[in-house]
Design a protein around this ligand. Structure first.
Ligand SMILES: NC(=O)c1ccc[n+]([C@@H]2O[C@H](COP(=O)([O-])OP(=O)(O)OC[C@H]3O[C@@H](n4cnc5c(N)ncnc54)[C@H](O)[C@@H]3O)[C@@H](O)[C@H]2O)c1
Length: 243
């Protein structure tokens, strides 16, 4: 049975991913900065572990992987769903908010993937890393400069780590969701004007439930995608096709 770590597993895409990987038989480590959220996800799954992690902190990421190895003996996959967003015009945005978004979304993706990859390499086997980018890895969004910069960074981080780690049999792919119905997007989707604008750019005309992202993540953490690495995989209802 594979062992998969999911960061940001307390909510949204991470929670749906933890549930889907568990349903196919993986032993899942549900990691989140909100331990209560992680426990809620893990509590509904057989043989799952809840772990508190701040992905922007390297020792916290190392501990998360140690806990996974201690409980389940190994790590085969990591999915980095932890993320934050804050809007504000570029000239008004605070340095503190900019740093935090980059620290969590970009550096945190690297730190958590690095800790998992070290464990895989030390054990002499490969594995899979799935990073969550965004359509904003490729296209800008007004008022979201820090977020878009972080997601553009995740794309190049993932592509480059795919090159670094191919020799160890570790595949790294980047999933790019469009509009997904989660707590992160709830406020925008609840505003009729904002929702209409978002749907205008989504040819399928609806937001995705998080399970429609999780199913692609499940594919990318399975042998069905064994020749895929360094791939940017939009799951966006057609948004990028129409750009
Ligand atoms: N919802 C969307 O429309 C959408 C679109 C594109 C990309 N994404 C990306 O998908 C990922 C998941 O987003 P979501 O929509 O499920 O959001 P969400 O807010 O529902 O879940 C994010 C989770 O990350 C956790 N988290 C935040 N900071 C953390 C930290 N420092 N360490 C560990 N965990 C932390 C939160 O506690 C939360 O449980 C994010 O990277 C987001 O940018 C979301």
């Amino acid at each position: 049975m594979a062992v998969a770590i999911v960061t940001g597993a307390g909510s949204g895409i991470g929670a749906a991913t933890a549930r889907m990987l568990s349903a196919r038989g993986d032993r899942v480590v549900c990691a989140d900065v909100r331990l209560d959220f992680a426990q809620q996800t893990a509590g509904g799954l057989p043989d799952a572990l809840a772990v508190e992690v701040d992905v922007s902190d390297s020792s916290s990421c190392e501990r998360m992987v140690e806990d996974a190895v201690h409980r389940f003996g190994d790590v085969d996959a990591i999915v980095t769903c932890a993320g934050i967003e804050k809007h504000g015009a570029g000239h008004e945005f605070s340095e503190e908010d900019f740093d935090r978004i980059i620290d969590v979304n970009l550096k945190g993706t690297w730190l958590s993937a690095r800790s998992a990859a070290r464990a895989m390499i030390n054990r002499g086997h490969g594995g899979t890393v799935v990073m969550i980018g965004s359509i904003n890895s490729m296209v800008g969004n007004p008022g979201a400069s820090a977020y878009c910069a972080s997601k553009g960074g995740v794309l190049m981080l993932g592509r480059t780590l795919a090159l670094d780690w191919a020799q160890y049999g570790i595949r790294v792919n980047i999933v790019a969701p469009g509009v997904v119905n989660t707590p992160m997007s709830a406020k925008s989707l609840a505003d009729p004007q904002k929702r209409a604008k978002m749907m205008e750019k989504t040819p399928l005309g609806r937001p995705a439930p998080p399970e429609e992202i999780a199913s692609v993540i499940a594919f990318l953490t399975s042998d069905a995608s064994s020749f895929m690495t360094g791939a940017y995989v939009p799951v966006d209802g057609g948004t990028l096709a129409a750009w």
